[in-house]
Design a protein around this ligand. Structure first.
Ligand SMILES: NC(=O)c1ccc[n+]([C@@H]2O[C@H](COP(=O)([O-])OP(=O)(O)OC[C@H]3O[C@@H](n4cnc5c(N)ncnc54)[C@H](O)[C@@H]3O)[C@@H](O)[C@H]2O)c1
Length: 253
C-alpha cells in the first residue's frame, strides 16, 4: 500500500531547534526529508538525510531532486537553517553580511520556490519560516541577522498573500532566545549572559527548542491551523508584547 503520510522538509535539522522540529513533526506522523551541513541521519528516522549547504544552489537542487524522487514533493517546508553574526554595524564585513543574507533569506526563498511549485500544483501545503524576535524588533550589533529575519517575515507575509488562495499557507515563528549551540557560541563571544535574557522575558526563562517545535507543528497541521496564514508568531514568553521597564517587570514575578 502506498505510504500516505505527509512529507516534511526541515532545513538545519541536525541540531538545535531544527532537530526538535524534526522530532515533533515525526511524532505527528510526517515522513522527514532533512538537510544540514552536518549529517542529519540520526534525526531522519529512516527518511531522507542530505548533507549539504542550503546557501549552495547546487546542493539545494540536488536536495530538492532527492525529495521529489523519493516522495514526489513536500507537504510541509520548514526553513529553519540559520546563522548569526554579532558585530557593531560599522564593523560588519560585507562578505559576512552577504553570507547571513544568503543562508537566512535567499536560501529560504529559493526553497519556497522549488518546493512551493509542487505544493501549488497539488493545491495544498504549509511553509513555516523560522524567523526570530529579531525579525520584529531591532537588537543592537546584529544588523545582518536582523535584516535577514525582518526580510524573512516580509517574505512570509508576501507569499501568504500570493499563495494562500491556491491552498499553500505560509507562516513564520519568531522565537526569543533559545539555548542551542547558536546561543552557546554567541554567549562565548561575549554577546550577553543568561540573566540579560531572563530579565527581559515576562515568563522569566529562555525559550526551549520544544516550545518552538510545538508552534511549528501547529502551523504545519491543516486540521489545527488551516485558516492561519501570514502570521509571524512570537514564541518568546511575552518579550515582544511587554514594554515594561526591567524593574517593573521583575516586581511582577
Ligand atoms: N538560538 C536562538 O536563540 C534563536 C532565537 C531565534 C531564532 N533562532 C533561529 O532558529 C534557527 C535555528 O537556530 P539554532 O539556535 O537551532 O541554531 P544552531 O546553530 O544551534 O543550529 C543550526 C543548525 O543549522 C545548520 N546549518 C547552519 N547553516 C546551514 C546551512 N548553510 N545549510 C544547512 N544547514 C545549516 C547547522 O549545521 C545546525 O545543525 C535559526 O534560523 C536561528 O536564526 C534561533
Amino acid at each position: 500500500m502506498p505510504d500516505s503520510r505527509p512529507v516534511a522538509v526541515v532545513t538545519g535539522a541536525a541540531a538545535g531547534i531544527g532537530r526538535a522540529i524534526a522530532d515533533a513533526l515525526a511524532d505527528a506522523g510526517h515522513r522527514l526529508a532533512l538537510i544540514d551541513l552536518a549529517d542529519p541521519s540520526e534525526a531522519a528516522r529512516g527518511g531522507l538525510a542530505f548533507t549539504g549547504d542550503v546557501a549552495s544552489a547546487a546542493d539545494r537542487d540536488a536536495f530538492v531532486r532527492a525529495v521529489e524522487d523519493r516522495f514526489g514533493g513536500a507537504d510541509v517546508l520548514v526553513n529553519n537553517a540559520g546563522v548569526s553574526c554579532i558585530a557593531p554595524a560599522e564593523e560588519t564585513p560585507l562578505d559576512e553580511w552577504r553570507r547571513v543574507l544568503e543562508v537566512n533569506l535567499t536560501a529560504p526563498f529559493a526553497l519556497c520556490q522549488a518546493l512551493g511549485r509542487g505544493m501549488l500544483a497539488r493545491g495544498r501545503g504549509s511553509i513555516v519560516n523560522v524567523a526570530s524576535i529579531a525579525g520584529l524588533r531591532g537588537v543592537s550589533d546584529r544588523t545582518a541577522y536582523n535584516a535577514s529575519k525582518h526580510g524573512l517575515v516580509g517574505l512570509t507575509r508576501t507569499l501568504a498573500g500570493e499563495w494562500g488562495g491556491r491552498g499553500v499557507r505560509v507562516n513564520a515563528v519568531c522565537p526569543g532566545w533559545v539555548k542551542t549551540p547558536m546561543d552557546v557560541a554567541d554567549q562565548a563571544a561575549g554577546g550577553y549572559v543568561d540573566a540579560d535574557i531572563e530579565q527581559q522575558v515576562p515568563m522569566g526563562r529562555f525559550a526551549r527548542p520544544e516550545d518552538v517545535a510545538a508552534a511549528v507543528r501547529f502551523l504545519a497541521d491543516p486540521q489545527a491551523s488551516g485558516f492561519v496564514n501570514g502570521v509571524a508568531l512570537p514564541v518568546d514568553g511575552g518579550w515582544t508584547a511587554d514594554a515594561s521597564w526591567t524593574s517593573l517587570r521583575l516586581r511582577k514575578r
